[in-house]
Write a protein that binds this ligand. Structure first.
Ligand SMILES: Nc1nc2c(ncn2[C@@H]2O[C@H](COP(=O)(O)OP(=O)(O)OP(=O)(O)O)[C@@H](O)[C@H]2O)c(=O)[nH]1
Ligand SMILES: [Mg+2]
Length: 217
């Protein structure tokens, strides 16, 4: 089913980012970016790895790396890069950058945030090896953007073949009343049930046990 992937991603890309895609008249021979080369390398590395693969993916700065550090009690290796700058986790600069992280003999991929200049969502839609994962942790931290919906549509297209957990991080910044509104809004926009959503804070530890239970029990 590996061969289905480019078709799905192209269709979703067209749906949401039609204007970004080359038209039929435009030559499509532009050189792949370093990010795209790394995405192809990721596919190769996962193809020869028999362990369970979990992808942590979402907006830049949404707290993906912090979340991974916390749910593994800082035992994941290599240690995730956490930063105040966008693109703290960066696959666009180094052809040999680390792509896989290991915890408890499982593989986690701490993806760089999508929809930035150096990590355009179109490259993800076209080249990310979505089908190499049996689990996704989709992380939001604020407004849901078109790019989120485009990526989430690809994840959902896996159907029962993969488990999706949606995380709304930085819950420490939400009032009690806002938590319900935010959860309802995410559930409606993404078409999920509220119980599929984990409100989480890497600052206060809110939701960490819930996510751990979902991933490790
Ligand atoms: N208040 C609050 N800040 C958080 C939380 N999680 C992460 N942060 C902060 O948000 C910033 C980005 O965190 P990262 O974990 O690097 O985010 P990321 O999604 O991995 O970022 P990229 O790799 O750039 O996509 C850092 O300054 C973190 O300290 C949280 O739950 N609450
Ligand atoms: Mg990161």
């Amino acid at each position: 089913m590996w061969w289905l992937e480019p078709t799905v991603s192209r269709r979703v890309g067209k749906l949401f980012f039609g204007s970004l895609l080359p038209s039929a008249a435009t030559p499509t021979t532009s050189k792949p970016s370093l990010l795209e080369d790394n995405l192809v390398r990721l596919a190769r590395e996962l193809a020869v790895d028999r362990r369970r693969h979990t992808l942590v993916i979402g907006q830049p700065g949404s707290g993906k790396s912090s979340l991974l550090k916390n749910i593994t009690e800082d035992q994941i290796r290599p240690r995730p890069v956490i930063g105040i700058e966008t693109d703290a986790t960066n696959w666009s600069l180094d052809r040999n950058c680390n792509l896989l992280s290991i915890f408890d003999n499982e593989v986690f991929v701490d993806a760089p945030g999508f929809d930035t200049l150096s990590h355009p969502v179109k490259s993800y839609l076209d080249k990310f090896p979505w089908r190499s994962f049996s689990r996704y942790v989709f992380v939001l931290s604020g407004k849901i953007r078109d790019a989120d919906e485009a990526v989430f549509t690809v994840l959902k297209s896996r159907g029962d073949a993969a488990q999706i957990t949606v995380v709304r991080s930085k819950s420490d910044a939400l009032t009690k009343a806002a938590r319900d509104d935010v959860a309802a809004d995410i559930a409606t926009t993404l078409g999920i049930r509220k119980r599929e959503l984990v409100l989480l804070s890497s600052r206060t530890g809110d939701g960490i046990e819930k996510l751990r239970a979902r991933l490790f029990d």
